[in-house]
Design a protein. Structure first.
Length: 341
């Protein structure tokens, strides 16, 4: 059956927002400005091409939640108009990103890496916007760890996506024989568990929150991030969402990208501090979730902001999991340093 997808162009009136003010708020005060450094900065900024509009692609659903404040308040970046477009899935956003119709967007790490490797570096990673936020949910009180899944059938959200390869990794590392079932669409997994049609499911937010809110018997029996930390001997941190940029746009407008990242970091921080208000903005800007679900999911959603060059180790950690089970899922190899803005 062919799925229909919804794409909405965001049109809104917002108060003028100067990114330079955001940059000031996030900068450290200094009493001395190095004239030579200032001169170099002026040369770089004057050499950068002017852009009339910056086109931002926002993913509907949990990945888009931290963008709601920016969509409400950020009308200009580097004196350029900001235009937002909401996409139902990465498969719809990606073609426009490659064509340059979208300048900055959001993708899973494996998708971004595969596109980079297969398209001569057509897109690059600018920052990590969200870390792992998956749980195994069930009504079975006897399940406490991955080893307790031996012989079970586990429904997983997203074949070929992070939940799929992460569960393959965890089952292999723990010597567990369990069947992974991908037959139920993501949005129907929680209702199926509530109705008793399935017993175990690995889902990201907000699906875990929805299930636990609707049925008190359902619990987050296994935190996948903790299970990964134990199995890998690491801190368990792995990205699930990257901010990505069309490589040509990044080369022509690095200052614009920097200013967007500054604005995004403020938007993400505000979201974590104001989940109820953020939920209202998510619903207002049609990001695919209602206000109550968004507000409830935010504390569990592992939103973050870390520049790609500083998050290379974390990115390679999750890409290594994909590489172990299916090298083609990331384009056959880890991306080189050019991938990181």
């Amino acid at each position: 059956m062919k799925k229909s997808f919804f794409i909405s162009k965001i049109a809104f009136a917002c108060t003028l927002f100067a990114v330079s003010q955001v940059a000031f708020a996030f900068s450290k005060p200094t009493d001395v400005v190095d004239d030579e450094v200032l001169e170099r900065q002026n040369v770089v900024e004057s050499a950068e091409e002017h852009v009339d509009a910056v086109h931002i692609g926002v993913l509907s659903g949990p990945s888009g939640i931290p963008m709601a404040w920016a969509m409400e308040n950020v009308c200009e970046i580097s004196n350029a108009k900001v235009e937002y477009e909401v996409f139902a899935g990465a498969n719809l956003l990606l073609p426009k990103l490659l064509k340059g119709e979208i300048d900055i967007g959001f993708l899973p790490p494996n998708v971004a890496a595969k596109v980079y490797n297969a398209n001569n570096g057509a897109i690059i990673a600018a920052a990590v916007a969200g870390n792992g936020m998956m749980s195994l949910i069930t009504k079975d009180k006897n399940v406490k760890s991955i080893k307790d899944l031996n012989g079970k059938t586990v429904n997983v959200a997203g074949q070929g996506a992070t939940p799929d390869y992460m569960m393959r990794y965890l089952l292999a590392k723990n010597g567990v024989n369990a069947e992974l079932d991908f037959s139920i669409p993501n949005a129907e997994i929680a209702p199926s568990l509530i109705a008793g049609k399935i017993e175990y499911a690995v889902v990201p937010e907000p699906f875990a929150t929805v299930a636990t809110l609707k049925n008190a018997e359902i619990t987050r029996a296994i935190d996948i991030q903790s299970a990964f930390a134990e199995a890998s001997g690491t801190d368990g941190v792995f990205p699930m969402t990257l901010i990505v940029v069309n490589a040509n746009f990044a080369a022509a407008h690095p200052k614009v990208v920097e200013n967007f990242l500054t604005a995004y970091s403020k938007s993400a921080a505000w979201t974590l501090e104001n989940p109820k208000d953020a939920g209202s903005l998510v619903e207002k800007h049609s990001i695919g979730l209602n206000s109550a679900v968004s507000a409830a999911a935010i504390p569990n959603a592992a939103y973050t902001f870390k520049r790609a060059k500083d998050a290379k180790g974390d990115v390679e950690k999750i890409l290594g999991v994909f590489l172990e089970f299916d090298a083609t899922s990331i384009g056959g190899k880890l991306p080189d340093d050019g991938f990181y803005f």
